[in-house]
Design a protein around this ligand. Structure first.
Ligand code: ADP
Length: 266
């Protein structure tokens, strides 16, 4: 059967004998595909009604009915959350459907400037945001997907750091390659949670994450984007002191920055 997918393992049995164990995983793979398609379809179908609800909510003027103001505000907040959730689900579906990514020159100078602007917009002056751009390098990869990974890390740093804290976005050579890291002086993550933290909807504190507008999908997106770039995520964290999320890229993902190579091929 050409559609059959086998998973095979060779197990030593005795001095001369090995066992070849073949398992038919076509059904599992098919179910996984059905699950992916289902999530993608549901997310897509939710988009239009949400846009309509959002649009009408924006038209309602709270000054006409002052006692409705807090209710309208809450409805807007929740519909925004739902929109973000749908967008994140669609991003994850798109990432899961790919096994390679585009390989364009990603200008890290402007990437870092964009991340700083985003952090400041989210922080609204409650944190200090610093860029430490030490690597005069750019990356090969997908600007769109890398931006979504990095901006998720930045949004988390703002979200999980109390007012008065600091956020540093660093781009530097490390381990023979190059790394982008986001360091915050925030709540930190208990070590026991770290192994599962990049799973979808896994949260250290569900109520805190919801309260702060998280969807629970940010780090799953980060993990997928890095996988597509053969990059690795490292997390260091200390409760009460803060966290550092580092994206490690191998040396062949980096190239000298010259500012004129936009659109250039590898
Ligand atoms: P969420 O949308 O809930 O932030 P993520 O997948 O981005 O979802 O993160 C998963 C969980 O990891 C969060 O709910 C939070 O508990 C924890 N987390 C992520 N980033 C940080 C950080 N910088 N500091 C502390 N905790 C974090």
């Amino acid at each position: 059967d050409p559609a059959m997918r086998l998973s095979m393992r060779l197990i030593p049995y005795s001095e001369e004998l090995w066992l070849l164990v073949a398992r038919d995983v076509s059904k599992i793979m098919h179910l996984e595909q059905v699950r992916r398609d289902f999530v993608a379809n549901v997310s897509h179908e939710l988009r239009t009604p949400l846009t309509v609800v959002h649009g009408y909510l924006d038209m309602l003027d709270p000054t006409e009915q002052p006692e409705w103001a807090p209710i309208l505000e809450e409805m807007r907040r929740q519909s925004q959350r739902m929109t973000q959730l749908v967008e994140d689900l669609l991003t994850l579906s798109r990432l899961e459907a790919q096994d390679t990514i585009s390989d364009e020159s990603v200008g890290m100078g402007s990437m870092l400037a964009t991340l700083k602007r985003e952090a400041e917009a989210l922080s609204q002056g409650r944190h200090t945001v610093t860029i430490d751009d030490r690597a005069a390098l750019d990356l090969w990869g997908s600007t769109r997907e890398l931006h979504s990974a990095f901006s998720n890390l930045v949004a988390n740093a703002v979200r999980y750091t109390p007012a008065g804290g600091s956020i540093v976005i660093r781009f530097a050579r490390a381990d023979g390659g190059v790394a982008l890291s986001v360091t915050d002086s925030g709540y930190g993550i208990p070590a026991a949670h770290l192994p599962r933290i990049t799973e979808r909807f896994y949260r250290v504190s569900t109520s805190r994450s919801r309260e702060l507008g998280g969807t629970g999908l940010g780090l799953a997106i980060v993990k997928h984007v890095l996988q597509l770039h053969q990059a690795r995520l490292e997390i260091e964290s200390e409760v009460g002191r803060g966290s550092t999320f580092t994206c490690h890229f191998s040396a062949d993902r980096a190239h000298p920055r010259d500012g004129d190579n936009i659109g250039a091929g590898r």
